[in-house]
Design a protein around this ligand. Structure first.
Ligand SMILES: *Cc1c(COP(=O)(O)O)cnc(C)c1O
Length: 368
């Protein structure tokens, strides 16, 4: 069976896929109000909020753009805390919407120390952009520690890309005083792509309703207005909402906190299995992500080549490194209901593939 360990879209359980064959209803109907009315508060549990969680029909990048377009205004001073590729992209999107960005970046594979953030924020900013789980490096940020420290020195908007962490670990939206947190269906929620889910604070919604918003479609104020009426602004990805309803029921059956612990355990098992193959996990143990493991291959291994061998010979699918890590790092995804045996099998296959990667794929195949 395919061992699909990419960082998204992830493998979707059969019953979640089956839910997508449910019949269409109008998003202006009582049936839809019931569906969305059942989904939203349960999403709130995952984010840790009793406030609005808005479903937008777009990928995660769309949710992030909705946040930038609705909550930032041209000339706003924004601090971008970057741990890798997705942190850079968040800043690009904010820049596109006219924000004046200052960057605080960690070397890839590391985090930005909390006191560096609070020192900078003392200079006065309208918003800070954070990445909770940096999918490009396999690093999880200490979001709780960051947010509490930020709140102690600044009342700036705290805007968080949590695309690859919501449903895999605790967020604590209300308790931490966050203003916007973005996730998506195709990562730890283990649904097909199609919806971005955005938790928004009351004061962020008030800001969104002020004139000067930068997007007609990705408009959080209008989305919130419609959510209050049990509908969406425009036609939603309805089939993905059916999938989400089922996926949430599965998470509740297991227990939200059990799901979070399971992600930690599976990630730990993945790191241990890789080390047992003599390989190096890039981030420090303390910052290692519960959903993505970045493993460095010994030189002169060619990561792209190893990835090909893994797929062709083992039916194991992983993601390549990004940017500066392209040729030497593989990223293993373990989001959603992953069988721990699959991360063991993946690590083992990487070990075998590394040893056989010196042999061209065609030659290796003739032996099968
Ligand atoms: C996947 C991902 C995104 C982008 O999401 P899309 O749905 O591909 O637009 C953004 N940020 C992080 C951290 C991600 O893992």
């Amino acid at each position: 069976m395919r061992n699909y360990r990419v960082t998204g879209p992830v493998e979707v359980p059969q019953h979640t896929l089956a839910a997508m064959s449910t019949r269409m209803v109008s998003h202006r109907s009582a049936g839809f109000r019931e569906l969305i009315g059942a989904i939203t508060p349960r999403l709130g549990t995952l984010f840790g909020t009793e406030g609005a969680v808005l479903p937008l029909t777009c990928s995660g990048t769309g949710g992030i753009e909705a946040v930038a377009a609705s909550l930032l205004r041209p000339g706003d001073r924004v601090l971008s805390v970057q741990l890798g590729y997705f942190g850079e992209r968040f800043a690009d999107i904010a820049t596109h919407h006219g924000a004046q960005i200052d960057v605080l970046a960690a070397p890839w594979g590391q985090i930005v120390p909390t006191e560096r953030i609070t020192e900078r924020l003392a200079l006065g900013y309208d918003a800070v952009l954070l990445t909770h789980n940096e999918t490009s490096t396999g690093v999880i940020a200490p979001l709780g520690e960051w947010a509490r420290a930020i709140r102690a020195v600044s009342d700036c908007l705290i805007l968080v890309d949590a695309v690859s962490s919501v449903a895999a670990t605790e967020i604590g939206f209300d308790a931490l005083g966050l203003d916007a947190v973005v996730t998506v269906t195709q990562k730890a929620l283990a649904c097909p792509p199609g919806l971005s889910l955005v938790a928004v604070s009351e004061r962020a919604l008030a800001r969104a309703a002020e004139p000067g918003e930068g997007s007609y479609y990705l408009n959080l104020a209008r989305a919130a207005e419609h959510a209050r009426q049990g509908t969406t602004t425009y036609t939603p990805a309805l089939s993905v909402l059916y999938a989400l309803d089922t996926a949430l029921a599965e998470i509740e059956k297991e227990g939200v906190e059990t799901v979070w612990e399971r992600h930690d355990r599976t990630a730990l098992r993945c790191r241990e299995a890789l080390r047992a193959q003599g390989l190096t996990v890039v981030p420090d143990e303390a910052n290692s992500s519960p959903t993505v493991t970045a493993v460095r291959l010994p030189a002169p291994a060619d990561a792209e080549r190893v990835r090909e061998v893994l797929a062709a010979e083992h039916d194991v699918w992983v993601s390549s490194g990004r940017g500066p890590w392209k040729s030497e790092v593989l990223r293993i995804g373990h989001m959603g209901p992953v069988d721990p045996d699959d991360v063991d099998a993946c690590a083992l296959a990487i070990g075998v593939a590394l040893r056989s990667a010196a042999t061209p794929v065609g030659v290796a195949r003739t032996g099968v």
